[in-house]
Design a binder for this molecule. Structure first.
Ligand code: F6P
Length: 723
């Protein structure tokens, strides 16, 4: 992009209003092309306080060499920032000779738009020598969490081209006042100072487009004679590394012809009966796998396990597997709803997978389809779309026959004909519930359209936002022309539910434990962005002694953490109109939360630490010595192991379900002060970590995990206030 350009070239005030509404921050990146500078003179930037630092040239920010001839400096400003003035200047590295400030008026950036024509910077040296260098200024919107990730990357790797400053912090705030300092004054520093890297998971990998995290198509791993390399589809569905590769989805023209030949001539699709993919063989049920799946105890506990067993043993054969088939126009939040539901069901211990037909389409046909491809009266496009839907359905049924329980089938499925095709394919194999998402709120649709154009791989190769936007609007029109609301079969209709304000759910012909839970979850969930802060209590006296359980008070460092936490919460939530603080009923969490003022506090029994039963108050060493069998059993299967007269992790997960539902339902921020095992379970829900990993998740003391729930999914950021 050239000077002053942003992805949306609209520089009208209307455009900036929209940018403001979309949230996020503006990531400003300044580049200067310069073949001559040899390191003795370094380009710098100085400007408005505190956004660019200071008009004091001795405090100007140095640009870093990105590669031989390019120098770069990036920083972040809020979208509604005041006009930002800045200038480039050249500074001698060592000598005290004066800086050379660029000629001309200040450069000005207002709401992401650069004023004036500033494609070059001119510097007058002594005498009449003039140097003119090309400059490039990009302004992009980024989410706060992309920023955090970038900031962390910078801190870890000291990569020069990453973020140099974050808006509500002063760039020059040195880190001298260490977090170890117990006085609350140390928190006068910026919050970013405390950011630490989170373990790499789907929740913080920077992937925000939910469709990327869905199942990797297995039926497309070999297609039309061309091999597409995909990760092992049976690998953990935790989202690790499950990235839709653009290179896979973007075929060369030759490959594309191959694909088309396969599509329109060889395969003769259109009727699902004719579909024969490479995975057709897996339609023959693998009896061993199937019986293993039938006999194995579901990973969940208590009511969940009982219900799952009842479903497996007692219900009709097709009821053992459930397909939630999404229905809805594009940009109605289907993929986000599907991703959320998948996460919830997995956390409860149900084998659940999210199949996204768009992903199949991109793999089969590339990302370059225009709106025409989606026209209802384009027979070739229609056939192609039906074909990929059938392939995804095939994969989903094959996976169910290998033991999968709930498949979430994510596509528009917006005509009765398409849905009939799916119902035919499911006959005798799984039960279908249609989940239709209807949204009449133009503002939300508009926001979703913009997000889609910015984030969807469909538009990744489209550099012009406006062109992508128009194309997607046409695509939507094409769908709207043929859209038929669901009136058949079992269905759940979510009408205007995404905002969390009002709306309604209609259900038809829904029965059974799992469908009931799904409806309950959907009634309570929404997409309003809000942070959830998770933290353990401050260090307790029992922690110091290595004793588990108990109800002791805080150690001295624990007391300091309580103060720091209060200071942190005050600062972090200063712009929130309301929030609530949740603790367990144990005094170490209540004491930790006590210095927090201004927000209501709620004690939850469900947030109490795992009950260690007869081992409560012992050290791990004592358990090992006095109860070696118990010790070994827990070591072998920490997830299922239940302390004598106490609890297992599965028990904890089960008692936390109402907490999760309430966290989903809340629209204001929540601070949860709880305990190691409980927080592992809660965190696993947001980070979509598999059940078996839960007892081993790192959950350090004196660290806050901020979960951001929003339209772009779930992301996290960690703050370590003390060692
Ligand atoms: O040690 C602190 C503690 O919160 C104990 O009270 C609790 O039993 C334990 O952590 C849970 O962690 P783990 O499951 O790893 O023993």
């Amino acid at each position: 992009m050239g000077t002053g350009a942003s992805r949306n070239p609209d520089s009208s005030s209307h455009g900036s209003e929209e940018r403001d509404q979309a949230g996020g921050q503006l990531y400003v990146s300044l580049r200067m092309e310069n073949y001559k500078l040899n390191g003795e003179i370094t380009p710098h930037v100085y400007g408005s306080v505190p956004l660019v630092g200071s008009w004091d040239s001795s405090k100007a920010l140095s640009m870093e060499r990105e590669y031989t001839s390019m120098w770069v400096l990036s920083f972040v400003v809020p979208p509604n920032h005041e006009t930002l003035d800045f200038k480039f200047l050249l500074k001698p590295k060592y000598s005290s000779s004066p800086c050379i400030v660029e000629e001309g008026p200040n450069r000005q950036l207002t709401a992401g738009t650069l004023h004036g024509d500033g494609r070059s910077a001119m510097f007058k040296l002594s005498g009449d020598e003039v140097f003119e260098y090309r400059v490039f200024i990009n302004v992009d919107r980024v989410s706060p969490f992309d920023l955090a990730a970038s900031w962390r990357a910078y801190q870890e790797n000291l990569q020069p081209s990453t973020v140099r400053g974050i808006p509500d912090i002063s760039i020059n705030s040195a880190a001298e006042a260490g977090p170890e300092n117990g006085s609350s004054a140390s928190l006068e520093l910026d919050l970013e100072h405390y950011v630490v890297p989170a373990p790499a998971t789907a929740a913080n990998s920077g992937l925000v487009y939910a469709a990327n995290m869905t199942e990797t198509p297995r039926s497309l791993s070999r297609f039309g004679g061309m091999e597409v390399i995909v990760p092992d589809p049976t690998a953990s569905s935790s989202g690790f590394g499950m990235v839709e590769s653009k290179s896979v989805g973007t075929f060369s023209s030759m490959q594309k012809q191959e694909g088309h030949r396969g599509l329109f001539v060889d395969r003769g699709v259109g009727s699902p009966r004719l579909v024969k993919s490479a995975s057709a063989a897996s339609f023959t049920v693998d009896l061993k796998l199937y019986s293993d799946a039938k006999n194995s105890m579901p990973a969940a506990a208590g009511a969940v396990a009982a219900a799952a067993i009842a479903d497996q043993m007692l219900g009709p054969k097709e009821d053992r597997h459930l397909a939630i088939v999404l229905v809805g126009l594009p940009a109605r939040g289907k993929t986000f709803t599907a991703a959320k539901l998948t996460r919830y069901l997995r956390w409860l211990g149900h084998e659940t997978k999210h199949f996204n037909v768009g992903k199949y389409r991109r793999l089969k046909h590339g990302t370059i389809q225009t709106a025409d491809f989606f026209r209802g009266d384009n027979p070739e496009g229609l056939e192609a779309r039906n074909e990929v839907a059938a392939l995804a359905m095939e994969d989903m049924i094959s996976w169910m026959q290998e033991g999968g329980q709930v498949g979430i089938f994510d596509a528009t499925n917006s005509t009765r004909k398409r849905r009939n095709m799916l119902m035919k394919m499911a006959e005798g194999k799984c039960k279908i519930i249609f989940l239709e998402t209807i949204c009449n709120d133009r503002k939300i649709i508009e926001r979703n359209i913009r997000l889609k154009v910015q984030q969807s791989p469909d538009y990744a190769e489209e550099p012009d936002f406006e062109a992508g936007y128009q194309d997607f609007k046409h695509r939507l029109d094409n769908y709207e022309k043929v859209y038929e609301p669901v009136e058949e079969g079992s269905y759940i209709k979510m009408i205007d539910m995404v905002s969390g304000h009002g709306g309604q759910i209609q259900v038809n012909n829904i029965s059974g434990y799992l469908p009931g839970r799904i409806v309950f979850f959907l009634v309570n969930t929404h997409l309003t962005p809000r942070p959830i802060l998770l933290t353990r209590h401050g260090e307790s006296r029992d922690n110091v002694r290595g004793r588990i359980g108990g109800d002791s008070v805080l150690s001295d460092p624990g007391e300091i953490y309580a103060k720091k936490l209060a200071n942190f919460v005050e600062k972090r939530l200063k712009n929130e109109r309301t929030a609530s603080i949740w603790t367990s009923t144990l005094q170490r969490t209540i004491i930790t939360a006590s210095p927090i003022v201004g927000f209501p506090k709620i004690q939850w029994r469900a947030l109490d630490e795992i009950n260690a039963g007869v081992c409560d108050g012992m050290t791990y060493e004592e358990i090992k010595k006095n109860m070696p069998e118990e010790y070994e059993s827990r070591k072998k299967d920490k997830l299922r192991y239940r302390y004598p007269r106490g609890e297992s992790y599965l028990d904890v997960i089960q008692r936390l379900e109402p907490v999760i539902i309430e966290l989903e339902r809340q629209r204001a921020p929540v601070v949860v002060v709880s305990h190691q095992a409980v927080l592992r379970a809660l965190y696993a829900y947001f980070a979509d970590r598999p059940l078996k990993e839960i007892p081993h998740i790192e959950m350090p003391l004196h660290t806050i995990i901020e979960i951001q729930m929003g339209v772009s999914g779930v992301q996290e950021k960690r703050y370590k206030l003390m060692d």
